[in-house]
Design a binder for this molecule. Structure first.
Ligand code: CP
Ligand code: NVA
Length: 314
C-alpha cells in the first residue's frame, strides 16, 4: 500500500466531472483500483476515522451500495441521506446545507437532478463533492467502465467504443473520459437525442491531446468496427416514463444480436445498468458471452474505493 503514489490532482478535489483530470492520473487511479481489487485487506484501515455523506435525490442500487461498502472496506464511515422526497435546497438553502456538512464530513457524494446544484454545493463546502450522477454527467460510472475495458482489452488508448441510444449523462461521461484516455467514442443516437452540443465540443477539444476521435451521428451503420457497444436506458430518471413515442424513436437503435454482429465479432457489450430488457437491449445480448455488464457493476466498487482513497488519504 505504501508503494501507491499520491495523485495530487485528486486530493480534496471536487469530482463533478472528469475534464480536469489528466490521462496519467486516471491511469494511476486505475492502477490503485486494480491493487485494491487484488488485495483488499491491505487497505482495510486506509481511511480510518474518515466520514462521507451520501445524498441521493434519485434511486440507486449500484452507486449507493458501492460507495457505502467501499467506504466501509477502507475503514471510513458513510451516512446515507435520502432526498427522494425533499429535493436539495427545499428545507434550507444548498449553501447552508453545504456549510453544515463541511463541519462534519470529509467528502460529500451526491446524486442530484441538476449539475448546477452540485456546483452550488461544491462552492459552499470545503469538503469535496463527488458527482454520483446528475442530469449531465456520471463520472464514477465512466471510471468503472474504462477500468473494465482496460481489464478486458489490456489498454484503453486506441480502442473504439460505440455508444448507441440516448445522448445522456452516461454518454457525456463516456465521451469525456474516452477523450482523456485516447479511446475513440462514436455516439449513435436518434435525431433529436444527440448529446449536448457544448459538451461534445468540449470533449472534442479534450481529445486533441490524446488523439481520440469523438463523433456523433444518427447513422446506425457507424457501429461497424467497434471494440465495444454501450447502451443505456432510453428515458433517464426524472424524465418520466417510456411512452409509445419513445419506443418509436428508439426502437431502431435497440442493441440486439443483429446490431452486435454489425459491430464486429469481438465487440463487447456494455451497459451502466439498470437495463430495461426488451427496450434498449435484448436478453440475447445482455446474457451473451460478449456482455461485461456485471464486471462494470463490480468495478464501480473498486474504482470508487480508489477515488475516495486518493481524495482523502493522508
Ligand atoms: N449505474 C448506476 O449508477 O446504477 P444505480 O442507478 O443503481 O446507482
Ligand atoms: N441515464 C441513466 C443512468 C442510470 C444509471 C439515468 O440518468 O437514469
Amino acid at each position: 500500500m505504501s508503494a501507491i503514489a499520491p495523485i495530487p490532482s485528486l486530493r480534496r478535489s471536487d469530482i463533478l466531472r472528469l475534464s480536469h483530470v489528466s490521462r496519467d492520473d486516471v491511469l494511476a487511479l486505475f492502477s490503485t483500483a486494480r491493487a485494491m481489487k487484488q488485495a483488499p485487506a491491505e487497505f482495510a484501515n486506509a481511511l480510518k476515522g474518515r466520514s462521507i455523506v451520501m445524498l441521493f435525490e434519485k434511486p440507486s442500487l449500484r452507486t449507493r451500495v458501492t460507495f457505502e461498502i467501499g467506504a466501509a472496506r477502507l475503514g471510513a464511515h458513510a451516512v446515507y441521506l435520502d432526498h427522494s422526497d425533499q429535493r436539495l435546497g427545499e428545507r434550507e438553502t444548498v449553501r447552508d446545507y453545504g456549510h453544515n456538512l463541511e463541519r462534519w464530513v470529509d467528502a460529500i457524494v451526491a446524486r442530484v437532478f441538476r449539475q448546477t446544484a452540485l456546483e452550488e454545493l461544491a462552492g459552499a463546502s470545503k469538503a469535496p463533492v463527488v458527482n454520483a450522477l446528475s442530469d449531465l454527467f456520471h463520472p464514477c460510472q465512466s471510471l468503472a467502465d474504462f477500468l473494465t475495458l482496460q481489464e478486458h482489452r489490456g489498454q484503453v488508448a486506441g480502442l473504439r467504443l460505440a455508444y448507441v441510444g440516448d445522448g445522456n449523462n452516461v454518454c457525456h461521461s463516456l465521451m469525456e473520459l474516452g477523450a482523456i484516455l485516447g479511446c475513440h467514442v462514436t455516439a449513435i443516437t436518434p435525431p433529436g437525442r444527440e448529446p449536448d452540443a457544448a459538451i461534445t465540443r468540449e470533449c472534442q477539444t479534450l481529445a486533441v491531446a490524446s488523439g481520440a476521435r469523438i463523433a456523433v451521428t444518427n447513422e446506425l451503420s457507424a457501429v461497424a468496427g467497434h471494440d465495444a457497444v454501450y447502451t443505456d436506458v432510453w428515458v433517464s430518471m426524472g424524465q418520466g416514463a417510456e411512452t409509445d413515442q419513445t419506443r418509436q424513436v428508439f426502437t431502431p437503435y435497440q442493441v440486439n444480436s443483429a446490431l452486435m454482429s454489425k459491430a464486429g465479432p469481438k465487440a463487447l457489450f456494455m451497459h451502466c445498468l439498470p437495463a430495461h430488457r426488451g427496450s434498449e437491449v435484448t436478453d440475447s445480448v445482455m446474457d451473451s458471452k460478449a456482455s461485461v455488464v456485471f464486471d462494470q457493476a463490480e468495478n464501480r466498487l473498486h474504482a470508487q474505493m480508489a477515488l475516495l482513497y486518493h481524495m482523502l488519504r493522508d
